[in-house]
Design a protein around this ligand. Structure first.
Ligand code: PMP
Length: 416
């Protein structure tokens, strides 16, 4: 495992700088199985037409596939109703939608927006913008040394002014899985709205809206083996029905006249303009692909690889791992004493190995940790033990060469 599964992902056979590609940047984006690529090209080959509007056969085909995909996502999230699934461009747009539509129409001075220190910028900046407009203030749940949320501090921050809790399910920089179910219950007890950023969760374990009981949940298609430019906002039906539109245009209206416009019910109220139909169809193909796998086995495989990687890194000189939470997905962040993150990223790339270096769009988290950034290796179901071996061997060589060069330089300086 998963040698045959790898064959489903054509790009994994690519060579980079004369080496086989080792893709360890899955938290940034995952590669796509052939079924996803085929579903998108099949749509353009056989069904391309705008959805919902026309009376012709191709529109019926595309509308059918488009709305079927909504049912697929509804089941994937175990939501109650398909009209609770709204298409967006990604997690970022879904969070902006919430901040603009719900936030601007509800928040006022004195209200508190509760975020955490490990949020991606996508779950910080939209709230800063809405706080500026409404006078609401942002409060931040701190983290512990291991990179977990400080739950005692969280409890203390909750109060009757807390109007919304918006936190990530899984940290993209550290891999920490947050205890969101307990946090949702605690936030609801003070009457706060609950939003979970699932961008880093859905590819790694099943999520269940009815079990979590959150009000909103967002994710991006491209991090779950689907295409870019498509994402999902799940929202509780009664809450969505009460929310005003945030963008205007075709598709989202009921009647338009110059004396006033009435709007469609959700989900269409929030889907102005021609949607990313091919993206929606590609996302459904990705979810169907994932559903056809043994997800428990995939999760076990990813954990086995992560532990192997962590153990190997701990043997290397000058490497410090960042984020040592008990409950983690397959994200491994580290810093290296001897070499700058960026340089390490470039040297690894020369060996065909793709990792991410930098702040990972979590600048406040990096500031809390006292770091400029980390090197992040993030795994997906198609990674193998051979990928880890290549990565560690390359890192070993780079470190040896760097340490030798530093020692030689020091000796030359002393000789002078
Ligand atoms: N939240 C988290 C936790 C993420 O990891 C990301 C992507 N790195 C986002 C939000 C934003 O996703 P997108 O850029 O696909 O909208």
């Amino acid at each position: 495992m998963p040698a045959d599964l790898r064959l489903h992902f054509p790009i994994l056979a690519e060579q980079v700088h004369g080496h086989p590609l080792v893709w360890l940047d899955n938290a940034a984006t995952t590669q796509k199985p052939r079924v996803v690529i085929d579903a998108i090209s099949d749509y353009y080959l056989r069904a391309n037409a705008n959805v919902h509007r026309a009376s012709h056969a191709l529109s019926a085909r595309s509308t059918h596939a488009f709305e079927d995909a909504r049912d697929t996502v509804c089941q994937f999230l175990n939501a109650r109703h398909s009209d609770e699934i709204i298409w967006t461009r990604g997690a970022t747009e879904a969070l902006n939608l919430l901040a603009w539509s719900w936030g601007s129409s509800t928040l006022k001075a004195g209200d508190e927006i509760l975020l955490s220190a490990m949020e991606h910028h996508a779950n910080i900046v939209p709230w800063q913008l809405v706080a500026e407009r409404t006078g609401a203030t942002i409060k931040v749940i701190p983290i512990t040394e291991s990179g977990e949320l400080d739950l005692a501090a969280f409890q203390q921050l909750l109060n009757s002014n807390t109007k919304v809790l918006s936190v990530t399910h899984v940290s993209n920089a550290l891999g920490t899985i947050n205890p969101v179910k307990e946090m949702i219950a605690a936030a609801k007890a003070v009457g706060a709205l609950t939003i979970i950023d699932g961008a880093q969760a859905v590819a790694h374990f099943p999520v269940d809206m009815q079990d979590l009981d959150c009000d909103f949940y967002v994710f991006s298609g491209h991090k779950v083996y689907g295409p870019t430019g498509i994402g999902v906002l799940y929202g509780r039906r009664d809450l969505l029905e009460a929310m005003p539109p945030w963008q205007g245009g075709g598709e989202m209206i009921d009647r338009v006249s110059f004396s006033g416009t009435t709007f469609q019910k959700p989900p269409f109220r929030f889907e102005a303009g021609t949607p990313n139909i091919a993206g929606v169809i590609g996302l459904a193909a990705a979810i169907n692909y994932l559903n056809a796998q043994d997800r428990t086995r995939l999760a076990q495989h990813e954990t086995m690889l992560r532990l192997k990687l962590e153990q190997a890194l701990d043997q290397l000189p000058g490497i410090r791992r960042i984020g040592t939470a008990q409950d983690k997905t397959a994200v491994v962040s580290f810093v290296c004493d001897h070499i700058h993150n960026q340089d390490l990223g470039v040297l690894l790339d020369q060996q065909g190995i793709a990792v991410r270096t930098g702040h990972h769009c979590t600048m406040p988290l990096m500031e809390t940790l006292g770091l400029k950034g980390t090197v992040r290796a993030s795994l997906a179901c198609y990674n193998t033990e051979a990928d880890i071996d290549h990565f560690i061997a390359a890192l070993h060589t780079i470190l040896n060469e760097t340490i030798t060069a530093v020692q030689e330089h020091a000796e030359t300086v002393v000789a002078f």
